[in-house]
Design a protein around this ligand. Sequence first.
Ligand code: NDP
Length: 287
Amino acid sequence: MAVILDGKLLAAELREDIKARVAAICAAGRRAPGLAVVLVGGDPASHVYVAAKVKQTEAVGMRSIEHRLPETTREAELLALVARLNADPAVDGILVQLPLPKGMDSSRVIEAIDPAKDVDGFHPINVGRLSTGLPALVPCTPRGCVMLARRAVADLTGLHAVIVGRSNIVGKPVAQLLLAENCTVTIAHSRTRDLPAVCRAGDILVAAVGRPRMLGAEHVRPGAIVIDVGINRVPTADGRSRLVGDVDYDAAAAVAGAITPVPGGVGPMTIACLLDNTVLAYERRGG
Ligand code: NDP
């Protein structure tokens, strides 16, 4: 049976480390790092995510700046707020919660964020810096994936990583990070031929598809490290619902060497990495 890669535990360790770094900053008489979170509209999942981000930011001793704007907000108003946050020296990180309401161009909004404060790592400057090997602010979920894989094997050098999914927020940045760890990287997607065979070549298999339990035992090389990014809500027999990943956990765990559960795997790492990115942005901006 596979080793379970416990994201809740690793995220708690990372938050403790961040808390100690923030305490040291404050003990030295410097201001605490500040993270601004902007939420536009009433998407219920986004409200839950933003509340968790605010709570965890404050719990590590950082300053949380929250802006909740109505669904009717015009893009120009949002861009004006981003410009104010860019200019505010007490704001180190800016996160605009996605998705934005219909009619808003999220690319334009992301590009308006100062790359030095882009703690989501979505700005084209940070994307380019990551892919050219320059210091960058790196997307949070992909960072969490690599940290979890390194829990299974400290040095990933030479391992073959197969990533299923090529989105800008997960698949592509995970591929860049694993390349930087000296993995041999394959990116699979909806047009990939013989997906099970491609996946079985992977010493590391990262699933970022958005399809409940799509990858089963036939996709997993015996002993592989399986990182399941998927978060899918599925109905249960009693009329309720529960979260499952993109991997059929029981089937894959019988073959894999190590595997992340859903929930409790990659999910908890995302906010912990966001806090880490904020401290990093603070330090790089000179505190
Ligand atoms: P996207 O929908 O943007 O991308 C999905 C990718 O999967 C695409 O590249 C698509 O290929 C590929 N794909 C779809 N169907 C197949 C198939 N049948 N075979 C092979 N590849 C396929 O999703 P995201 O990257 O945004 O998210 C992926 C998952 O991760 C979701 O479940 C999401 O909820 C979760 N997630 C979790 C986070 C966390 O904090 N844990 C954060 C972000 C996302 P193509 O490009 O060819 O269409």
